[in-house]
Design a protein around this ligand. Structure first.
Ligand code: GLN
Length: 501
């Protein structure tokens, strides 16, 4: 019975909780047992909060017994990326510099989850400070892809994606600065959404690159993703880039996922710059085109769209992102909070404590980006690098505006390749290049979804849908229909094809 509970979708779990078929304690316990059994092999979590999750579950069960009106997801457990501050519970960003740090406050999105009375199972693994695409850059341990334990689960939200694919959580929070929700969703056969920038609060989410960082929902299907999206999104005066008119728009995501749409009214633009070519796996491109055919057969109009400046998007991102990283990570100085390391010998000056602390506390990838960022921001180079990158960013945004004048959504493969083996892409440039498909949406602040389109050589392939700013509901409308078409073609949810752990 109990392992069956973890196979249910979040929507089903919520409905059965409301109908009294089982309690939140039973449901939460079932997930904790699955976590305890599988974590030695999967390693999706950095820490699991057995007591906290069960206490939250008991509180919901009591409230329900007393006949209280409860939010829809009350009692449904969730996993949270360890980049989000959880009051009283260790939060590390998968970095030694924050090892053992206990935040005195909740991120706003975590507060929203608690207000919806959802038990938090634990904190999921990531690339250190969300820098990477494989979760191999966590300072603590790697996370395996449940489809093949020798392969990466994507990143940086790889722990969240693996927890979903291994049925260790029905819902999970991710963050996406350059693809870190969509790409792990793609390579694990799950669904992930990067919302419109500014619609989910960044307050209490440890900063990587603030103008790009976007927290968002991850789940095993489109409707569940919408349900968590609705919980996470809110206007937040504590985040200076929070959109004050967003909540009204956001409430539509659940209805959009439930209603779907008549595809005869849909104009789809295939981004020519991201439609295969060098670096793309053949099976990925094939699966992408199979999904396009499904949309076309259901009545959608498909055309190819040029976004000429996408050619420079990756380069612009790898200048803007490290520039912001170098500024955001300056707070880890060994003085205020987190790790403090004093120099082994010689005087204990502020500068020498900073050097010793950062030397010991940051991993190689983080150091690389800080150095790159300080370089591109330095006098004499600022205009040539950072200034030019900002101009490219504007050109990319204009490309999207022009494209969306003609089509309702833009599509591409989410990632050029499927999950690779650990260690296979350990040269940084090779890894950076894999972000080519996801980065443009972050530069433009527009919403994007990845959902499964099929398999390539036995591994899941992700299909990316992009929409104009604030039109997140469109992702869910189209995503719900495409999900049903793909499931019909492969004969059930793709994740059911994964090897049983
Ligand atoms: N893979 C990208 C990077 O390494 C994106 C990371 C992210 O979205 N957090 O920067």
């Amino acid at each position: 019975m109990n392992s069956e509970l973890t196979r249910l979708s979040a929507a089903e779990q919520a409905a059965k909780l409301a109908a009294g078929e089982f309690s939140s304690r039973e449901l939460t316990q079932a997930h904790l047992e699955r976590i305890d059994a599988l974590e030695p092999a999967v390693g999706a979590y950095l820490n699991v909060d057995h007591d906290g999750a069960l206490a939250a579950a008991d509180a919901v069960d009591t409230a329900r017994k007393e006949g209280a009106a409860l939010p829809e997801l009350a009692g449904v457990p969730v996993a949270v990326k360890d980049l989000c501050c959880t009051r009283g519970q260790v939060t590390t960003a998968a970095s030694k510099i924050l090892e053992g740090w206990v935040p005195p406050y909740d991120a706003t999105l975590v507060a929203n989850i608690r207000a919806n009375q959802m038990p938090i199972l634990g904190k999921t693994n990531l690339d250190e400070f969300a820098m990477g695409g494989s979760t191999e850059h966590s300072a603590f341990h790697r996370t395996a892809n449940p489809w093949d334990l020798e392969r990466i689960p994507g990143g940086s939200s790889g722990g969240s994606a693996a927890a979903l694919a291994a049925y260790e959580a029905p819902l999970a929070v991710g963050t996406d600065t350059g693809g870190s929700i969509r790409q792990p969703a793609a390579v694990t056969g799950t669904v992930g959404v990067k919302p419109t920038y500014g619609t989910v609060s960044r307050f209490g989410v440890i900063a990587m690159a603030s103008s790009l960082d976007t927290p968002g929902p991850m789940a095993r299907n489109v409707l569940d993703t919408a349900l968590l999206h609705d919980v996470m999104a809110s206007y937040d005066p504590l985040d200076s880039t929070s959109l004050s008119d967003a909540p009204r728009g956001m409430a539509d995501v659940v209805r959009a996922a439930q209603a779907g749409m008549d595809l005869k009214a849909l104009r789809v633009g295939v981004i020519s710059q991201l439609d295969g070519g060098e670096g793309y796996q053949e099976g990925v491109v094939e699966s992408f085109h199979q999904a396009l055919t499904l949309l076309e057969n259901a009545g959608a109009t498909i055309k190819t769209v040029d976004l000429p400046h996408l050619e420079y998007a990756l380069d612009a991102y790898y200048l803007i992102m490290p520039a912001e990283v170098s500024s955001n990570l300056a707070r880890y100085d060994g003085m205020r909070y987190g790790l403090r390391v004093e120099p082994k010998e010689g005087p204990v000056t502020a500068e020498r404590v900073m050097a010793a602390t950062r030397g010991a506390g940051f991993g190689d990838e983080v150091k690389r980006r800080i150095i790159l960022g300080t370089h591109v921001l330095s006098a004499g180079y600022y205009d040539a690098y950072y200034g030019s990158a900002l101009k490219v960013r504007t050109l990319v945004q204009r490309d999207f505006d022009a494209a969306f004048a003609d089509v309702d959504i833009l599509v591409s493969p989410t990632s050029p390749i499927t999950a690779y083996r650990f260690g296979e892409k350990d040269d940084p440039l090779t890894m950076y290049k894999l972000d080519v498909t996801t980065i443009p949406a972050n530069l433009a602040g527009i919403p994007g979804m990845s959902l499964p389109s099929g398999l390539s050589e036995g591994l899941p392939v992700g299909f990316q849908i992009l929409a104009p700013q604030r039109k997140d509901d469109r992702l869910y409308r189209v995503g719900a229909v495409l999900e049903a078409l793909v499931n019909e073609r492969v004969g059930g949810a793709l994740l059911e094809r994964a090897p049983q752990l």
